[in-house]
Design a protein around this ligand. Structure first.
Ligand code: ADP
Ligand code: MG
Length: 568
């Protein structure tokens, strides 16, 4: 028998606890949402493991969550009969933060409470949010399948450490008891707890039970009964029909699946029937997660098969460039014992991924092309947060390239702003008489782009040029050669043919000049033979005497620099 031991929290947990207690006081009630969300996840995990091992149900198959409180002891207890935790799991899950990118996240905190409070919401506070209202938390848990004497009691005051000891726990699952801080007595009320549950956790598919309260004529007050009643609707949100779901319920469900505090930008909910049968409820977040660029980051889609939870990071269900999408996909076709390997090969999964991709692109198009200011603002937000990732789709998703291209936004010489607001459609609508190409300039930043000598002739002719200043732009452009039949051309590449925009007399003059300076050009070519491939007379420049250009078929200097920086 292992004795009771005292262990220290991981440094990041201490930081999180400190920050949370001091920054989330105006939003205290979310602790209940977080703990119920964990109880629901624990039930999902049990159901999943029980697919291959029915004995885990231990003759207690009706999964549920119970919330009780004790006015005298000043405690609230959230109980579930889900998967539970072993001693090692309790130590690992309730003493550290397992999320990828945690260290990096904490190193970015500024110390400014308001700014950090917004960040922390994005990070997700989870179990530790109990300490917003409690100065002591007791967790009693036993993992499904382990004997009754392998129960565990975990206890902490939320300072620097916690204790764990073995206990007898006949009932499988987890009881979390919060010992409320001074001043938090408000929560010791059926009415208050029920209204919080209805507000935040109505979409949870398990019943959430509380004790009934009935009027006692003698005592002339409400008296708590032994009998339990279900407080929520207890049906999985995505299975309900759209007309039965309020916008608030959609938002709360999003917070549950995404661990995000903010409302999403947009969502799409559909039941697909036919060749493949599935339900999708997909959300676009309002803000990029702190680990958007983390290569080990898990996907945001929870996979269910006929309402049974299968996995919460099913990356095969979304292409990589839509990795920011969160939500649920519930398939009627996949087998319950589907594994990651099967997912990779499955035709059904491919159909779902293609269908879901089209839905998300459609959702983005609705925002991008919407007439209402609200939609425009939302798309601007989306572009600022996720535009860089969407650009990856140009290379990754050949089939939807045209649609994705229409969603792209750029800075441009059309205005003086550095904001990326100009679409290819805008650009094409403003093309000059006789112009048949889309011109762009690639540079490290917009100042460099605007000062490029290559732009001189375009400015003179009043031709708009798109400014490509993001790291992924040139990589992206290597996959995107035209939009709506208009070729994309770098102003810095090769022999610039302004086509019909040049008039005849101008062309004649150019030819004359070329003959006139032929000898000089030849001399310069010889002199620079080891430095330049070619020397040409140019009519592009109106102020600068000379400039370097890349060969038509060569990598541009900017892309070369980028590849070098990436170590290639
Ligand atoms: P998250 O839910 O995002 O993983 P939390 O801080 O909410 O983060 O919970 C941390 C971990 O603790 C969970 O992932 C889970 O492994 C474990 N856990 C928390 N509550 C329960 C519970 N009621 N039953 C079983 N495991 C739990
Ligand atoms: Mg959680």
């Amino acid at each position: 028998v292992i004795e009771k031991e005292t262990l220290g929290f991981q440094a990041e947990v201490k930081q999180l606890l400190h920050l949370m207690i001091h920054s989330l006081y105006s939003n205290k009630e979310i602790f209940l949402r977080e703990l119920i969300s964990n109880a629901s996840d624990a039930a999902d995990k049990l159901r999943f493991e029980a697919i291959n091992n029915g004995a885990l149900f231990e003759n207690d198959p009706d999964l549920k969550i119970t919330v009780t409180f004790d006015k005298d002891a000043r405690t609230i207890t959230i109980s579930d009969n889900g998967i539970g935790m072993s001693r090692d799991e309790a130590i690992a899950h309730l003493g550290t933060i397992a999320k990828s990118g945690t260290k990096e996240f904490f190193s970015r905190l500024s110390g400014d409470q308001q700014k950090d409070a917004a960040l922390i919401g994005q990070f997700g506070v989870g179990f530790y949010s109990g300490f917003i209202v409690a100065d002591e938390i007791t967790v009693e848990t036993r993992r499904a399948g382990l004997p009754a004497d392998q129960g565990v009691r975990w206890e902490s005051g939320g300072q620097g450490d916690f204790t764990v000891e073995n206990i007898d726990k006949p009932a499988r699952g987890t009881d979390i008891t919060l010992h409320l801080r001074e001043g938090e007595e408000d929560f010791l009320s059926s009415w208050r707890l029920k209204s919080i549950i209805r507000k935040y956790s109505d979409h949870i598919s398990l019943p959430i039970l509380m004790q009934k309260e009935e009027w006692d004529a003698e005592k002339k007050e409400n008296v708590i009964q032994d009998e339990l009643e279900t407080v929520n609707q207890a049906s999985a949100l995505w299975t309900r029909s759209k007309s039965d779901i309020t916008p608030e319920q959609y938002v709360e469900f999003y917070k549950h699946v995404s661990h995000d505090f903010e409302a999403p930008l947009a969502y799409t909910h559909n039941r697909v029937e036919g060749r493949s049968e599935y339900t999708q409820l997909l959300y676009v977040p309002a803000r990029a997660p702190f680990d958007l660029w983390d290569r080990n980051k898990r996907g945001g889609i929870r996979l269910y098969v006929k309402r049974v939870f299968i996995m919460d990071d099913a990356e095969q269900l979304m292409p990589v460039y839509l990795r920011f999408v969160k939500g649920v996909i519930d398939s009627a076709d996949l087998p319950l014992n589907v594994s990651r390997e099967i997912l990779q090969e499955s035709r059904d999964v491919r159909v779902i991924r293609e269908g879901s991709t089209k839905r998300v692109l459609g959702l983005l198009e609705e925002l991008a092309n919407g007439d209402e200011q609200e939609q425009k603002d939302k798309y601007a937000t989306f572009w600022k947060e996720f535009g860089q990732v969407l650009k990856e789709g140009i290379g990754e998703d050949q089939g939807n390239k045209e649609r994705i291209a229409k969603l792209l936004r750029f800075a441009s010489t059309h205005n003086d702003s550095d904001a990326q607001t100009v679409s290819f459609t805008d650009y094409i609508g403003r093309m000059k008489e006789g112009q048949d190409k889309i011109y762009y300039v690639a540079a490290d930043n917009t100042t460099a782009a605007r000062n490029s000598p290559h732009l001189e002739i375009f400015r003179k002719k009043g031709v708009e040029v798109l400014l490509m200043t993001d790291r992924v732009d040139e990589w992206m452009l290597s996959f995107l050669h035209d939009v709506d039949g208009k070729e994309l051309v770098s102003v810095a590449k090769g022999d610039l043919d302004l086509g019909k925009m040049e008039d005849e007399t101008e062309k004649k003059k150019h030819e004359e000049t070329e003959t006139q300076y032929k000898d000089l050009v030849e001399k310069m070519k010889t002199a620079l033979s080891d430095k330049a491939k070619d020397v040409r007379i140019t009519f592009r420049l109106t102020e600068s005497p000379a400039c370097l250009v890349a060969d038509e078929h060569e990598l541009s200097s900017n892309l070369l620099r980028m590849l070098k920086a990436a170590g290639q």
